[in-house]
Structure formats: C-alpha cells, structure tokens
Design a protein around this ligand. Structure first.
Ligand SMILES: C[S@@+](CC[C@H](N)C(=O)[O-])C[C@H]1O[C@@H](n2cnc3c(N)ncnc32)[C@H](O)[C@@H]1O
Ligand SMILES: [Zn+2]
Length: 266
C-alpha cells in the first residue's frame, strides 16, 4: 500500500530501517516491525488507545477462538463482494481479525491503530503484514489505494474512509448490537439500561449494500472471564461491587450479538 508522510503528505519510500519522504521526514521501523506515523500534535494523550494490559487480554481471548464466528462472517462477506487487493484494517488491535481475513483472501494487509501497544503486539505475531501506529482521522495512506476497508468494534471516519478507498471499494463494519454480552452486563451492573443505538448508520459518501446479524453463544472460564471484560468498554465503567461479583464468576455463558454492515464507496 502506498503510504504518505503524516507531516507533508508526500509519498513515503521504504528503506531498510525507515520510511522517508522527499522532504526528509523520516519514520523508523521499530524493532518489532511496526511504524509510528502518529504526529505528536494528533495525540490527545501520551499513550492513546488501548493499553498494554487491554491488548494482552484481547490477544488471550481472541486466541481462545471464542470470536471466530465474527472473523468467519467478515471473511465470507468480503469473499462475497469479490473485492481483491489491498486491505486496510482500522483500529486493528492486536491483529487477529485482519490476519485471519488477509490469509483467507490472499491479499496484502495494512493494520492501523492509534495504540502503539496494539500494533507492537500485532507486528510481533503477524510479521508478513504492515502495522502502523496512526489515527483513523488522518490515515497515512494515498488516496484511492485501498480495495477493502474494515473496522471491527472500532471507529468510522466517513471522509477519510472515502478518500483512501478506491472507487467501488468496500467498507465492512462490525458494531456491537444493544444486546451484545448481556450475560457479562448482568453480572457487573445492578440495573441494565438500554441506550438507543444506531446499529446501521448512514455513512456520507457510501451506500449500504447489506446488513446482517452475527449472533452466537460461548462460554468462558477462569481467566478468560476477566479477559472478556478487558476487551469491552465496560472495563472503564465497572464499579467495585460489579468487579467483585465478576471475580467470583468462574464460568460465564454469554451471547455475542453484533451487526455486520457492508458499504460500497459511491
Ligand atoms: C474495541 S478495540 C477493537 C480492536 C480490534 N478491531 C478487535 O476487534 O479486536 C478498538 C481499537 O481501536 C483503536 N482506536 C481507537 N480510536 C482510534 C483512532 N482514532 N484511530 C485508530 N485506532 C483507534 C483502539 O486503540 C483499539 O485497539
Ligand atoms: Zn514529509
């Protein structure tokens, strides 16, 4: 995938140990193989995005195979589109879904995440792909260079996504449905409140091709109960009583409920 300099927008050339633009801006390839392309001024905090602990929990949970039905559904939807070429995974986390999809499609993958810990973890395991620490709001990617864009449990930035996708390119989005992980929620919260949520958003510059539910049950035990919590936004909201109840939960059977939306760039 053609990368552009986050400072001046010129094309980046890869050398052995770095990426460089004609204006002499240079970005080192880290020992683990990822590239940091997030300008300091784009950072709202010193270490934005998921923390090292969250990333490690996500890796352990996803490697348990509990969410493979999601990876399979995304792969099938991508195969159905017939889209082939460069894949860009936004908010790629520790790389599980992107690597799964790319290996089955046989297409090159670039994963982008604002968390350095996430791309470090992804690069350590999936060495054949490109991993960038960058913001979805300022993608260091040339206009029209992406065939298939994915964002799973992540952010959607209509303008940037439209810019980087080629004409007719596809965007696959997975969002949690309102009844996602009700089992976990009923352990950690005293009362369940349902916030209205748009599971099939309209995205300017894109037309919705199809939407489908992904729903399945799974059971986690022991440490995987805590890993599941750490992967969700509930980790920020849980109170001491809910945390205590969850610590006592040795086995949790829950239902993952998501929506897969497929859009085409207009
Ligand atoms: C809930 S996690 C999902 C990770 C992965 N897609 C998965 O499902 O395993 C959301 C990810 O988005 C990243 N993220 C949040 N805001 C972002 C942004 N503006 N640009 C790029 N990544 C972002 C976080 O660091 C985190 O890794
Ligand atoms: Zn530059």
């Amino acid at each position: 995938m053609e990368l552009i300099c986050p400072l001046c927008g010129e094309t980046l050339e890869k050398t052995e140990k770095s990426f460089r633009c004609p204006n002499r801006h240079s970005f080192d390839i880290a020992r683990q193989g990822y590239v940091h392309l997030l300008p300091v001024q784009s950072k709202r905090s010193a270490s934005p995005g998921d923390t090292r602990e969250q990333v490690a929990s996500r890796r352990r949970f996803l490697e348990g195979g509990f969410y493979e039905p999601i990876a399979r559904a995304v792969t099938q939807a991508a195969l159905d589109t017939g889209a082939r070429g460069e894949i860009l995974d936004i908010g790629c986390g520790e790389g599980y879904y992107g690597a799964y999809l790319a290996s089955r499609l046989g297409c090159p993958l670039t994963g982008v995440d604002i968390s350095k810990e996430a791309v470090r973890c992804a690069a350590g395991k999936y060495k054949e792909h490109t991993w960038l620490c960058a913001s979805a709001a300022h993608l260091p990617v040339k206009d029209g260079s992406v065939a298939l864009l994915t964002a799973l449990f992540s952010v959607t930035i209509p303008g940037e996504f439209h810019r980087v996708l080629r004409e007719g390119g596809c965007f696959l989005q997975v969002l949690a449905a309102p009844d996602h992980l009700l089992g976990l929620k009923s352990v950690i919260y005293d009362r369940l409140t349902e916030k209205p949520k748009d599971s099939v958003p309209q995205i300017p510059g894109f037309s919705l091709v199809k939407t489908e539910p992904i729903r399945f049950s799974f059971t986690v035990k022991g440490e995987q109960v805590q890993n599941l919590l750490a992967m969700t936004p509930h980790v920020y909201r849980i109170g001491p009583q809910g945390a205590a109840r969850l610590r006592e939960t040795q086995t949790l059977t829950d239902t993952a409920s998501c929506v897969l939306n497929l859009y085409r760039r207009a």
